[in-house]
Design a protein around this ligand. Sequence first.
Ligand code: ATP
Length: 387
Amino acid sequence: MASITLKNLVKKYGDGFPAVNDVSLDIADGEFIILVGPSGCGKSTLLRMIVGLEDITSGDLLINGERVNDKAPRDRNLAMVFQNYALYPHLTVFENIAFPLRLNKGKYSDDQVRKLVHEAADTLELTEHLDRKPGNLSGGQRQRVAMGRAIVRQADAFLFDEPLSNLDAKLRGQMRSEISQMQRRLGVTSVYVTHDQTEAMTLGDRVAVLKKGILQQVASPRELYEQPVNLFVAGFIGSPSMNFLPATFKEGNILETAVGDIQIPEDKAAKAAGKKVVLVGIRPEFFEDASLVEEHKKSHGSTFKAHITHTEWLGNEQYGYIHFDPTPEVRELLDNLARDMDAEELRPQVVVTLDAASRVRGGREAELWLDTRKIHLFDPESGDNLT
Ligand code: ATP
């Protein structure tokens, strides 16, 4: 197994904007790390640089401390698991898994090949399918054959390039947990590329968020969710997304927003000292139906009235929507934010998560409680999280 070190890696295609821009990252031996970001952020390019399918423009790539920039892919001993599995339809599952061993003619006897393939098939619960062709397998089983191929090679690390994006939602969920369990059982260093933040949050030990080739934050899923370093990470991680409310400091620690005044804790206000305008970041679940909040808890937050335009009932919870009329200044802030996040538009609305038991309904006024201890304050210019 291997540690992988990225030192100031840059990739330029032609003389354009760098697809990967000064990325440094230490991946520990046995770690499962996820590269995530929107389309075009450079995550596939970065993975292809690690495996050797793409030249490195500048910077160093180290595997177990050794610089491998100029090593051919086959000499890096890394196994890539692709989106389309890259299985041979005319070969049986056995031969598909054995393929990398057969390429190394002379290195493995037939007995060794049989032993390695059976061990991998056993780990992956594929033994009973060894004589079948890929065409007769489910998507999940094909995925496991592709992993089997990586396992028999006894590669130092597995590299996954969006392996689940061809599967339907249910299978994707199943395969996600299979890959996660498999990786932990094998303890093999793994780098996994996805644009799906749910996949990123549920699979990895750590998640690296990329935007336009630049690494934004590398952290555990929990830390990313609870302490995003900037607006981009805050908006990208979490579903429904974090609400961003433009706000002006009125007096002391009172913020004026389009949905009413919010009194925030002194320590948070102090961190935004000197700023007149901030963007308040509020995850939908920071809100609660005030009528369901215990009295002693209420003092830790702010209670206010809002017009709920409509609600969506999901069985275990509900989403409530609050629309507001943005002033021209607020509209401009939202438009700038949308550009920064590569979103088409940010609607002037706030989404709140409500308990399934809540009686709050669309078309009516509701009293909501906001846990102000949890809110984030962002600098609208730099996008940095000030809190
Ligand atoms: P996606 O999720 O859509 O695959 P990605 O995050 O993996 O996106 P990359 O495929 O790494 O992004 O692409 C990063 C940037 O580099 C994009 O702007 C892309 O257009 C550009 N790019 C990728 N491959 C090439 C290439 N062979 N030649 C020129 N530009 C390229």
